[in-house]
Design a protein around this ligand. Sequence first.
Ligand code: AMP
Length: 307
Amino acid sequence: MRTVRSVAELRATLSSARRDGLTIGLVPTMGALHRGHLALIGRAREQCDCVVVSLFVNPSQFNERADLERYPRDEQRDAELAAAAGADVLFAPPVQEVYPRGFATTVEVAGVSEHLEGAARGAEHFHGVATVVTKLLCMAMPDVAYFGQKDAQQLVVIRRLAQDLNLPVRIEALATVREPDGLALSSRNALLTPAERARALALPAALAAARALAATGERSAQALLDGAYEAMRPFGVRPEYVALVEPDTFEPVDALADDALLVLAARVGEVRLIDNAMLSPALSQRPDATPIPSQRLEGEAIATCSA
Ligand code: AMP
């Protein structure tokens, strides 16, 4: 695996692969890699000839300075994990490479950026995400870019911008990877104390409670949300929000008529966590939110990336 730090080096590294018609997969990350990230890299490895992992803690999407400052960083460890998972190129640019002096353009996705995470963190959060993802897509020009369903609202923002800006990329989503006890893997889990780690189980407990209610035939959004809220109480965790939304737009729904996404955010100590689960009106509930079955690309890999 080769580590590159400038856009020029990235383009030069990928140019022969592109010329030879090889497929390029991009996995954008902010580092502190865990099995969730590695699943995205593994899927890219299966589907693409050349796998690029980006490692960039994007300052413009952090609404709290303290969150940005304490965000876990360990490039050497991340490089080893990315290489072992099959990455060909690690793109780890410094901040000034992504936001050089004079940088003045922001990508704003209206509507979906404004509720829930957008309301809780400020719309600038998703503007920061949309801008950096657009830039990464323009820098690497991948055929496929891989994202986690764990950040469900971010995924909707990214699908929207790729479609609206006619970006020639397929956006592929992967199901949330969890610890055996149900906690969704997150780089921020490393910041939890052992006692907070135990209380963080409030989030999967809330999702499980809502899923269990839906499985008994409960269709009222309010009743499902109340069930989720109540399930968090024994952990001493109050959600910042719990909502039932239409999966493609994040508009709130009143009743579980079609598949809907239960999304929630909660602070456990100083650490803010999010999670979600797809609820289905069909009586048996799916074990996890797995929205888009993955497809193989046409003209599967025979040649390999020489990066
Ligand atoms: P981050 O480094 O937090 O920006 O995440 C990089 C990518 O990994 C995003 O597309 C996330 O949605 C995805 N991701 C984060 N946590 C998980 C998880 N537990 N399972 C699957 N994907 C994840």
